[in-house]
Design a protein around this ligand. Structure first.
Ligand SMILES: [Zn+2]
Length: 309
């Protein structure tokens, strides 16, 4: 923005802040303010960790719990010098230092938090909700567990692993982040198959939907799931086409044991679905249809907030 325009904007803002209307706006009716402050919140996106002592080893707070990612810029609220952290630390852990903290101060904060966890034990996650006036937290987790249970915590499991049943070698090579992500998605899909008593995905799209996708969604719902979590944006582009059922089904015929990366192929090279399997160790090859299939574009992931504990 040009300097003169910035100055104009600043002057306009100053005028707005000192206008009678703005002054009136700052004087909230105390009775209404009291009512508003008493309203409990619904946290519609969180990754709560299990109650102590399982919090130390819990990794199911995300389907993609990577510890190191490509450099990125933190949103304001996740930065270590956020002034509001001071009030939160004081309220939750009786910790009276101001951000940003150096290494020694971070250790003191950890110790204060650990003392609180020891005092609350298995009630610690719910205690945090009580202190924050959060009535319900939607827990984006691979699975629920001790301390993270209804009615205060509601389960939101993950479905991305079901969307990538073929070899993901090419997608994973797009960036260092995706290399980590797809290894984790492959592991989760293997777990979903195991939960259904399957060693590999069935050989056709219809069978895959009937024996893997639908039963997994039903199992999650029976386990208390109230929504499904997609982390699709971290795994591929949003440039998604709408293939017909026949087009999608034809992909199950496109698996080539020799291929290690998706490559163009011709119809004549297709093999019978009865001879191939979605779960074979081979990669699939791109079908030669007139409709272009979406090609994932490299991009880096913006970070999830780390689970607050
Ligand atoms: Zn999330």
């Amino acid at each position: 923005m040009p300097r003169s325009q910035t100055a104009c904007s600043a002057a306009a803002l100053l005028l707005l802040l000192t206008s009678p209307a703005a002054t009136a706006q700052q004087q909230v009716d105390p009775a209404i303010a009291k009512e508003i402050a008493a309203i409990s919140a619904v946290d519609n996106h969180a990754h709560p960790v299990l109650a102590p002592p399982l919090d130390k080893t819990d990794r199911n707070f995300d389907a993609l719990p990577v510890d190191n990612m490509e450099p990125q810029t933190d949103p304001l609220a996740y930065r270590p010098d956020l002034p509001a952290l001071s009030a939160a630390w004081k309220a939750l852990f009786d910790f009276n230092e101001a951000p940003p903290l150096d290494t020694a101060a971070l250790k003191r904060l950890d110790a204060a938090r650990d003392r609180r966890k020891q005092g609350q034990g298995s009630n610690y996650p719910q205690w945090i909700l009580d202190q924050s006036n959060i009535a319900t937290m939607l827990a984006n987790r691979v699975s629920m567990g001790p301390g993270i249970q209804p009615p205060r915590f509601r389960w939101v499991p993950y479905v991305d692993a079901l969307l990538f049943p073929f070899s993901n070698t090419a997608l994973a090579s797009a960036s260092p982040d995706r290399k980590q992500f797809f290894a984790l998605e492959d592991k989760l899909r293997a777990q979903y198959l195991k939960d259904l008593g399957l060693a590999a995905p069935p050989p056709t799209l219809d069978e895959y939907l009937k024996r893997v996708v639908t039963p997994t969604l039903e199992r999650q719902r029976a386990g208390g799931a109230v929504a499904e979590k997609f982390e699709l944006a971290y795994l591929r582009s949003f440039d998604i086409s709408a293939p017909t059922h026949a087009q999608a089904d034809s992909l199950t015929d496109e698996i080539s044991p020799a291929a290690t990366h998706p490559q163009p192929t011709t119809n004549s090279s297709r093999t019978s679905s009865s001879a191939t399997s979605l779960g074979s160790a081979a990669a699939w090859v791109w079908p030669s249809t007139s409709t272009p299939w979406p090609v994932p574009a490299p991009s880096s992931r913006s970070p999830e907030p780390t689970p607050s504990s």
